[in-house]
Design a protein around this ligand. Structure first.
Ligand code: SF4
Length: 250
């Protein structure tokens, strides 16, 4: 089916999320809480767009909107820009010194001095992407805790969490770098827990925690287990070398 986004005709599969279709066609829609590796969350709301269907217009979150008919989409209409500006003002109030938020709020013309004041040390916008990533991993080590203005993402009772394997997936997906991970002397520290890092057998670079390798072990095929102790870069080099050998001998 064909849909029109900002005047551009785009091919869409029925049920495909609007944000994905826009991305595939090189149309930029701002978002903070979206990762291509995870299902849409719709929490930051920045990906809102205006859609027109049978003469009726409405606002939807594009990361959560499955396209089922031939709609017309406006990603930067006056109404959308106005709403995004307000959303960015609230996000700025929440995380006033965060670079990502500041870059976006300047683009949308949010003033420096707004009437809400936030904690200058706060970077978390409570989008929940880290919690989702951890859930998808199967660890369930973190969640949102408390309520209202004290709501935050944490481990149970802020203690080092037993199911946490130190994979740092939560930190990698965080749009505002709010989750602190340090790596020093072969030890990774995240969520108040220390993890011994394992070195790559080829290049010697520390690349994963013991717990991470242990966790992955049950999920890997026999072939993949051959490369268990190699970092991603070396794994690629070794696999492509092996493939070359196979082709040469064939
Ligand atoms: S580091 Fe811990 S909390 Fe973060 S995704 Fe991995 S298991 Fe979950």
């Amino acid at each position: 089916m064909k849909i029109i986004i900002d005047g551009i005709e785009c091919e869409a599969q029925s049920g495909e999320m609007l944000l994905q279709i826009a991305k595939r066609n090189g149309i930029f829609i701002p978002t903070l809480c979206h990762s291509d590796a995870l299902p849409g969350l719709g929490s930051c709301r920045l990906c809102i767009v205006e859609i027109e269907e049978k003469g009726h217009k409405r606002i939807v979150a594009s990361c959560l909107y499955p396209v089922r008919s031939e709609i017309v989409v406006y990603t930067h209409s006056e109404k959308i820009n106005f709403m995004r500006k307000n959303l960015l003002m609230l996000l700025y109030a929440r995380a006033p010194l965060d670079d990502t938020i500041n870059k976006l709020r300047k683009e949308y013309g949010v003033a420096d001095d707004i009437r809400f004041s936030g904690d200058p040390d706060e970077h978390c916008i409570l989008c929940g992407l880290c919690v989702k990533a951890c859930e998808e991993m199967g660890s369930f080590a973190i969640s949102t805790v408390m309520r209202g203005v004290t709501k935050k993402v944490s481990t149970p009772y802020d203690e080092p969490s037993a199911p946490c394997i130190g994979c740092a997936s939560c930190a990698h997906v965080c749009p505002t770098d709010a989750i602190k991970v340090t790596e020093k002397n072969g030890i990774r520290t995240i969520w108040n827990k220390d993890f011994q890092l394992v070195k790559c057998e080829r290049c010697g670079k520390p690349f994963a925690t013991e717990e991470q390798l242990e966790y992955n072990r049950n999920k890997l095929s026999e072939k993949e287990l051959e490369y268990e102790y190699f970092c991603e870069g070396c794994k690629k080099v070794l696999i492509s070398g092996k493939l070359k050998e196979i082709y040469r001998d064939a």
